[in-house]
Design a protein around this ligand. Sequence first.
Ligand SMILES: [Zn+2]
Ligand SMILES: [Zn+2]
Length: 345
Amino acid sequence: MRAAVYRGPRDVRVEDVPEPELESSTDALIRVTHTAVCGSDLWFYRGDSDRDVPSKVGHEPMGIVEAVGDDVRSVDPGDRVLAPFKISCGYCEFCRKGLHTSCVNGDGWGGDNGGAQGEKVRCPHADGTLVRVPDRYADDEDVLRSLLPLTDVMGTGHHAAVSAGVDAGETCVVVGDGAVGLCGVLAARRLGAERIVAVGHHEDRLELAAEFGATDVVSERGDEAVERVCELTHGGANHVLECVGAASSMALAAEVCRPGGTVGYVGVPHGLDGGLDLFSFFGDNVTLRGGVAPVRAYAEELMADVLQGTLDPAPVFTKTVDLENVAEGYRAMDEREAIKVLVEV
Ligand SMILES: [Zn+2]
Ligand SMILES: [Zn+2]
């Protein structure tokens, strides 16, 4: 079968690789139809994080179940499914408390299960991991495009909003205009926030933020951004969604948070080798909550809203490529030509 393989910085190729097979009675084999390139894929793509060479890549699979092991109960061959970026068992202590990303039986995509940017993938712990799309939507392309972000960025934006304690009628600030930040805006609106200030650096992305429900957009940087947000919010917001993970965005999040407020952070930390300056949190009793998003925990409620037409993150996909051209997808995201790239397999 064909699959994307990481060959080193800025070198992702589609190659012939062995097909994955069922290995355990709790596995399912998925024929991937849709997947995506992620902002987090850019860390290894740019050589900023270590990754084995060669290794299969991709962690946002959607497709059709091709075969299941004897103990799989929740899906059958032919079912349309999607899977979060982490594999989880569904029954351990942490899965049961909604922290699927800490599953003691968990795993990531890639390696011997095959990456999600490939024609097939083996899903361990199929009952805990896979999210089944109702049959009546199973072949509705528009719905599938809207559901695909539930594998990662939509669930992650939602986790930022939940961690920040966003609630009906509240004011919040979303730091970051990447796919996660944009989904954070959608999530905040969905939770009923009345005022949503989106902070980013790209005009086109901030325009999309406004379409997604941001009431104000701020494109200034550094101190000027802090000043502008504090002006708009009369001294900061009680709820801040940090959707970047950089030292500068964490600092910005703390500074635009109102004393006693909460920063929900979901950006993969990077460039924080000098440590996080806790004084900006300490001085104003700002709470820091969040971490890697357990998107499996949110899949059903978010899917329900997508299916009833009240939530649509599909516009984060500003470019579509087929699997053979996945390298073009990486390039477009690396050069910020695309917000997020959908890969048709
Ligand atoms: Zn991702
Ligand atoms: Zn588990």
